[in-house]
Write a protein that binds this ligand. Sequence first.
Ligand code: NAD
Ligand code: WQD
Length: 344
Amino acid sequence: MANPGKGTFLITGGLGYIGSHTVVEMLQRNYNVVVIDNLSNSSELVLDRIASICGRKPVFYPIDLCDKPALEAVFAKEKELQAVIHFAALKAVGESVEKPLLYYKNNLISLVNLMDCMIENSVNNLVFSSSCTVYGEPDVLPVTEKSPVKQAISPYGNTKQVGEEIIHDTTQSSQLRSIALRYFNPVGAHSSGKLGELPLGKPNNLVPLITQTAVGIFPFLRIFGNDYSTPDGTCIRDYIHVEDVAVAHVIACERLLSGKGENYEVFNIGTGTGYSVLEVVKAFEKASGLNLPIQIEERRAGDIEKVFADTSLSNQILGWKATRSLDEMMSSAWVWQQSLINKE
Ligand code: NAD
Ligand code: WQD
């Protein structure tokens, strides 16, 4: 049931990992939510999980954003939209190197179609999922939003850079206003234990690989290099709880609706603290009470040695701050993994 008097937000990719957590945050704040997702990396069952947490489902359209007539039909039907949060994208870095056109088509045509429909229908507020990948290997740490955007290492990373440019240019010549959120490394799962990451096939990212190793899907965790110039030799990242990332989207939408700020703004979404791969493994072992089998291997091509965020701008201007610890990230990821195994 829609809540009259509360804003209505379109969330693309709203059944995916970060999108589903954001849908929950929005519904729990009594906003109305419309989701578009083509289910290419998610399942319609996520709608039931959302309903079991919030007591209601978002309106759902199972369409592909590259299908412009289908998207136009959604905008023709949903007349109350006040803002769009655009999560929908393909995100596997390695796959993007093998299939660049798939990534350019999916991630950029969908963005252009979406912005066209927004402008045609005077829906003038857009929150965009960007990534710390735009900073590449930074010269100075922590990275601020003014740190240089380095040449992209992968077609995936390039879709984020070009996506930001497309949005920036459009906000300079239309009524469209936008906030790009550059997430660092979102991990963990919902505190209810009912939502989390559902990687199809073999995961690429560290935390799902840790939890899947812990339940015996893999014999050991491969650690890609321990000869980096870091205290324990393993790479450093700014891991951030997915629920903190979700909250940042609510705040970004509210900022756009308030009319505050410039037409186009960029914020880092991280904790500001970097942890090494071995520190993450230790935190997982503490959360689970298990010993995780590991094997040190060669460096992975394209890995950044260390990156973590300067969050002053998002703390002070956006008014958002990450609140959940690495221990909470690991314990929620572990609860989620166990719930998946118990279902099998
Ligand atoms: P995800 O794959 O779990 O979610 C993306 C959702 O978009 C999926 O449900 C998928 O089915 C849908 N989708 C993809 N292409 C679509 C299309 N053409 N039309 C309709 N739906 C489509 O990914 P996620 O981890 O939740 O990431 C969300 C966003 O955040 C992405 O834009 C990603 O690039 C960005 N991001 C993610 C991370 C991360 O580590 N997870 C880090 C930085 C940025
Ligand atoms: C984290 C650390 C690995 C797996 C990727 C994308 C980036 C962004 C976030 C979207 C690294 C190490 C990993 C393993 C390991 N996504 N590792 N063994 O590479 O920081 O970023 O996701 O925008 O664009 O590139 O994340 O989770 O893959 O790796 O030792 O089996 O864990 O070397 O240091 P990454 P990750």
